[in-house]
Design a binder for this molecule. Structure first.
Ligand code: FES
Length: 146
């Protein structure tokens, strides 16, 4: 019960004070993603330098879970080598599928574990992460082209 309260506080804090909200200028890559079940949208911008997530920002309109999860995602991946960031993304997605994951690797993200019990909300929690994966994919593609 107490742990639930703590988790709720973490989620509300990220919802009310989103980290890394806004836009990046310059070379940042931008992706838009929509949650088909509710129509909520997120715009994510990613700047990769030397294989490291140099900066990541998001903007969106959505429920508290989607925005809190996106905020927590940006905090988790910023400064990480892209490969490690994708690993964290995978662990997070596995957690959302209800799989047993090593939550030590997730830090505050563990606060979202309870969402996996509510199938309708899983897409909310993964929206920002999917946007991140898509941005990484596009970035790799662009990199290849030039
Ligand atoms: Fe739309 Fe959660 S209800 S993202």
């Amino acid at each position: 019960m107490q742990l639930d309260d703590l988790y709720r506080q973490v989620i509300m804090d990220h919802y009310q004070h989103p980290r890394n909200q806004g836009e990046l200028s310059g070379d940042a890559l931008s992706v838009d993603l929509r949650n088909p079940s509710c129509g909520d949208e997120i715009t994510l911008q990613l700047l990769v330098e030397d294989g490291v997530v140099k900066d990541v920002r998001f903007r969106g309109s959505g429920c508290s879970i989607s925005m809190a999860s996106a905020s927590m995602m940006t905090e988790a991946v910023k400064g990480m080598p892209v490969e490690d960031a994708l690993k964290v993304t995978k662990v997070f997605r596995d957690m959302m599928k209800g799989e047993d994951v090593d939550t030590d690797e997730l830090g505050d993200l563990e606060a979202l574990q309870g969402v996996s019990k509510f199938p309708a909300r899983i897409k909310c929690a993964t929206l920002g992460w999917q946007a991140f994966e898509k941005a990484v994919k596009n970035e790799a593609h662009e990199h290849h082209d030039h």
